[in-house]
Write a protein that binds this ligand. Structure first.
Ligand code: SF4
Length: 155
């Protein structure tokens, strides 16, 4: 068995927990973690809401694209996602590199509350820098012709 260093806990003998993608798709078994506001930022859903087939069917009715107005978390699929490069999530690194992720004089040192931080892939890669930009991430832009953006692991 290989150990994912992103989620291994060197302080204990506990087996590593699977990493979570904080910008996943609307699929049964995933978690609803946020609602996209009109200004494009995300309001967190607390606690996260596990979604089932009925939720997904309703959210996708009439060709709606739930990933354009909601945020979902699901298992990080690593090399099965085209955003996975080497041993890292490229989107997580991009998010952490946004200007608002930089530590400035007024920046809060502590990250905002988050229900999935313990297993979040982006947090494991970049810590609080990812969290500062995370609320501005929208999985799918409504103005994309195919309703998808680059971080959609469904390709
Ligand atoms: S706020 Fe931080 S820990 Fe939570 S999903 Fe976003 S990047 Fe991950």
């Amino acid at each position: 068995m290989t150990t994912d260093p992103a989620t291994a806990d060197p302080a204990t003998s506990n087996p590593p927990r699977p990493a979570t993608c904080p910008s996943s798709s609307c699929e049964p078994g995933h978690l609803l973690i946020g609602i996209v506001r009109p200004d494009g930022t995300t309001a967190g859903v607390w606690p996260p809401l596990p979604i089932d087939e009925a939720f997904v069917a309703s959210a996708r009715a009439a060709d709606r694209v739930p990933e354009a107005r909601l945020r979902f978390a699901g298992p990080c699929v690593t090399s099965q996602c085209h955003q996975w490069h080497g041993d890292r999530c490229r989107i997580g690194d991009l998010v952490a590199g946004q200007p608002q992720a930089a530590v400035g004089p007024g920046a809060a040192a502590a990250p905002p509350p988050c229900a999935i931080r313990a297993t979040c892939r982006w947090w494991s890669q970049n810590g609080v820098a990812a969290c500062r930009s995370c609320p501005k991430v929208v999985h799918t832009r409504a103005d994309q012709p195919d309703g998808r953006v680059a971080d959609d692991p469904r390709g």
